[in-house]
Design a protein. Structure first.
Length: 211
């Protein structure tokens, strides 16, 4: 039986999916003495690059039909990309993002292509110099990477003419979520779709409507 199934919508199907998943996990655990039936979490753990400079996913799910080499590539690309969002260091997207990369949900004012993430990172860090990015959930399916991210920091910089209060790490606390979908080509990320909780972010920066 394939360990990865297509997503389905609907509450009833969602509940059924949870029950099926629980049953599969229980069956895999019971048969863990057999190499072929090892829990998917064990395989996923071996795919993570443990280099100390890279962010580590807090939770990882990998399509069981993917070969080990391809799966490890996609996990590493995700680690490189989100290490960039965690540090602002340009060498990480240079390694992970293709020259012809395309942002399919390009915000107004952000340049298209690989220059877009760099532009966004600089803008975020101008307002939140100690910005960090937690890779909370990473899902690798086929040629797609889906990530749930949590950004944290303190508003001590400048945003839209507003200046944060306090020294670095002592200003107004910022914490917001984002969801990314990355499409991986032969060896790098070629396009993405993303959504951020901008309403929460703007409220924390004092820039939301009514503030």
């Amino acid at each position: 039986m394939r360990s990865q199934q297509r997503f389905r919508t609907g509450t009833a199907l969602g509940l059924a999916g949870l029950l099926v998943t629980a049953a599969v996990v229980s069956a895999a655990t019971a048969a863990s003495a057999h190499e072929a039936d090892r829990p998917a979490t064990e395989r996923a753990r071996r795919l993570v690059d443990r280099s100390p400079d890279l962010v580590q996913p807090r939770a990882l799910t990998v399509d069981g039909s993917l070969g080990t080499r391809r799966a490890a590539l996609e996990v590493r690309l995700a680690q490189q990309l989100y290490t960039f969002w965690n540090t602002g260091e340009q060498r990480y997207p240079d390694a992970a993002v293709a020259p012809d990369f395309r942002d399919n949900t390009l915000p107004e004012g952000r340049p298209q292509g690989p220059a877009g993430p760099a532009f966004a990172s600089r803008a975020f860090r101008a307002a939140v110099p100690d910005l960090t990015c937690e890779l909370s959930d990473l899902l690798v399916t086929g040629d797609r990477i889906t990530a749930r991210l949590v950004f944290r920091g303190h508003f001590t910089g400048v945003f839209d003419g507003r200046r944060g209060e306090g020294r670095r790490g002592e200003g107004r606390r910022v914490e917001f979520d984002a969801i990314d979908i990355q499409h991986v080509g032969t060896s790098r990320i070629t396009e993405d779709w993303h959504i951020e909780d901008n309403r929460t972010l703007l409220a924390q920066l004092g820039a939301a409507t009514g503030h």
